[in-house]
Ligand binder design. Structure first.
Ligand code: PEP
Ligand code: MN
Length: 341
């Protein structure tokens, strides 16, 4: 159920609605918008009696939610969510670049890449410390040592750190060293992990599962939000299809499809979405054109020697050139407000 407050509702009236909901055993989620506050109610097994709320002061409307999701929905919040991390933001109308190697391999490698990522104007550096590899014999990541290197990158370059957690203990570590928790495609329906991330104070970057429908992906985001963490970034990274010319099929239609139902920011990962470095540029450009809030791009100082995902990693020069092109496309499709008309 959704309680829409009047535009004139006071903080005290919002607090009263929250109290009534809590008293009858529900979990209220108040998401203030520019014009009004809406309060999503979760935690109910059956239908909630609207009479509990309809006549409370400041309540404009009580809406029964018939869709499977509540908190991710535009019904709850019609303005786009802006996820902030330090001075960086995703969903604020800028083009957010999140870039770095698939895996942190050494301090030297990480710093060489971070320097280029910083110079490109990106605000986020992404590197894997714990890698969910298909084979147990493939490089699994350096673990906590990698997180320490990432923390040094943040210190030295002022970049915000995005890194993946595979389990609850991984979330604890990302909270200690990083800024944004990545939940990978293979863990999109790891509900224990989603709940743990939902109790974190850090934003969560939620990748779409390899065979997830839009509803399954949004419900995974709903798991995180239902625990009280509203800072979720969706990431389209390609899905499994019969196509053999790419590693995954990058579903760019997912961007407008998400926009039609959700206020959450959504970004595109053309690296895992294609698996081939030569295709990363074209699909990254398309991702910007289709209206993504940002891009996640794998870049390596020596792609041919990378310990994971080298085939889809851009070299430093190709990466830098691509970012210039992406910003130019972004300026055309969403001109800065100061532009002279
Ligand atoms: C990654 O980002 O390096 C990764 C493993 O991605 P995904 O979960 O999308 O496969
Ligand atoms: Mn990777």
């Amino acid at each position: 159920m959704l309680i829409v407050m009047k535009t004139t509702a006071t903080e005290r009236e919002v607090a009263a609605v929250i109290r009534v909901a809590t008293d009858i055993g529900l979990r209220p989620h108040a998401l203030p918008g520019a014009l009004r506050t809406a309060i999503g109610l979760t935690g109910n097994q059956g239908a909630i009696d609207a009479n509990n709320f309809e006549n409370l002061p400041g309540v404009a409307e009580v809406i029964r939610v018939t869709k499977p999701y509540k908190l991710i929905s535009l019904d709850l919040k019609s303005e786009k969510t802006i996820v902030r991390s330090g001075d960086a933001a995703i969903g604020d109308g800028s083009l957010t670049i999140i870039a770095g190697p698939c895996a942190v391999e050494s301090r030297e490698q990480t710093f060489a890449i971070a320097e280029t990522v910083k110079r490109s104007g990106a605000k986020f550096f992404r590197g894997g410390a714990f890698k969910p590899r298909t084979s147990p014999y493939a490089f699994q990541g350096l673990g906590e040592e990698a997180l320490q290197i990432l923390a040094e990158v943040r210190e030295q370059f002022g970049l915000r750190i995005v890194t993946e957690a595979l389990d609850d203990a991984g979330v604890d570590l990302v909270e200690r060293y990083g800024d944004v928790i990545q939940i990978g495609a293979r863990n999109m329906q790891n509900f224990t992990l989603l709940r743990r991330a939902g109790r974190s104070h850090l934003p969560v970057l939620l990748k779409r599962g390899l065979s997830a429908t839009l509803d399954e992906w949004l419900l995974a985001a709903e798991y995180i939000m239902a625990e009280g963490n509203y800072n979720v970034i969706l990431c389209e990274r390609g899905i499994r299809t019969f196509a053999q010319h790419t590693r995954n099929t990058l579903d760019l239609a997912a961007i407008p499809a998400v926009r039609a139902v959700s206020h959450l920011p959504v970004i595109v990962d053309p690296s895992h979405g294609t698996g081939k470095s030569a295709m990363v540029g074209p699909l990254a450009r398309a991702g910007v054109a289709v209206g993504a809030d940002g891009l996640l791009i794998e870049v390596h100082n020596q792609p041919e020697r990378a310990l994971s995902d080298g085939a889809q990693s851009l070299g430093l020069e190709d990466y830098s050139q691509l970012i210039v092109e992406l910003r130019a496309i972004h300026d055309v499709i969403s001109p800065v407000e100061t532009a002279v008309v």
